[in-house]
Design a protein around this ligand. Sequence first.
Ligand code: UD1
Length: 424
Amino acid sequence: MDRIRLRGGRPLRGSIPIGGAKNAALPLMAAALLSEGPLVLTNAPALDDTRTMAGLLAQHGLSVDHDTNARTMTLGGTATNLVAPYDLVRKMRASVLVLGPLLARYREAKVSLPGGCAIGTRPVDLHLKGLEEMGAKIDLDSGYMNATAPEGLRGAKIYFTQVSVGATENLLMAATLADGMTELVNAAREPEIDDLAHCLIAMGARIEGIGTDRLRIEGVKALHGATHPIVPDRIEAGTFACAAGITGGEVLLEGAKLEHLGTVARVLREAGVEVEEAPNSKNTGGVIVKRLSGLRGVDVMTEPFPGFATDMQAQFMALMAVAEGASMITETIFENRFMHVPEMNRMGARINVHGSSAIVRGVSRLSGAPVMATDLRASVSLILAGLAAGGETIVNRVYHLDRGYERLEAKLAAVGADIERLPG
Ligand code: UD1
């Protein structure tokens, strides 16, 4: 198993290219099930999770071609197998995003229940309830969701009792081919959902209310192929912004969109990290991040977009671990998302967890240590801590990082970090 070795203490300086968003790519790939295609996705990241989704779609019968040099993915064809098996869904929960599209186009799907994961129980009840309101019949049997809609799905007004990114995406995709009008109320508003909606419109869907918590979708008979550029990854950008902040450096995040960093940018500024749009970058995107003074403790609470992203919580905690003063970080989205805390404490951080809040008392210096984490963002937070630490840090279980970051160590090394991958 690969490991990453790094030695901290070097301010990062230079440019980091930001890739297409993992959390946009996965639903966009699932959207290929809605039409014969071809669906051409540009700015497609090469990640373990996108490879898992490609494998899932291929076993459904789609053709999937990812030209990693051109960063272009071409998907299309007809599903010949409507089963999403346990072995793939278990590896990646976003696999459940095939349920809505399969049911909408083929009127039938059998998808393994994803089960819990390291950061929490993560049920899919909102996905199922919404599809049932659209006329689907869903039986749970032997760990699988057996869904049918012999007459096809029909439009419905769906109120989400909780904001869910995945449920909004599943129902948005399903509604594009339903009979009549669907309204999704209390829908998630993440930029990745806007991106999916724009791609679906390019495929022939009729959607209104993009960017709001109320999406209206008028079903059409069929969708067609399209070409769509995947939105830049705001979590990758936010992660590298924290890397610049924690090392006291200055980096240009090429292609990043400041408006998607939203609350994360605001909180970083409060903490003493400057975040601004790069000059002349209106069309190309680009954000400059630099730290000129010391870091200050800031309280944050994770929330659905436009609030502070739960996917940035661990990385921000690394920054707070070396800030002056204290910070209270409250996690409201997932119940078990502080697994990086004991590992950061092993590096000299002073963090106490009380229920869903962590009190971080900043220390002047962390010290490198061998560490490991059980999920993607926790793993990268330990790399950030290592960048600020004295001595050597070895991060084990790098496969978590490879799920969501493309060439993380190469991108960090290119801006001056002392970091390398040790093949295992
Ligand atoms: C997506 C992101 C993930 C991010 C999360 C929250 C992808 C591929 N993954 O995950 O990186 O951390 O949004 O921003 O885009 N819930 C229910 N019932 C449901 C669905 C969700 O109770 O049917 C709960 C979850 O347990 C969680 C909350 O709703 O507490 C939000 O989850 P959700 O937004 O659905 O997250 P994902 O779509 O799984």
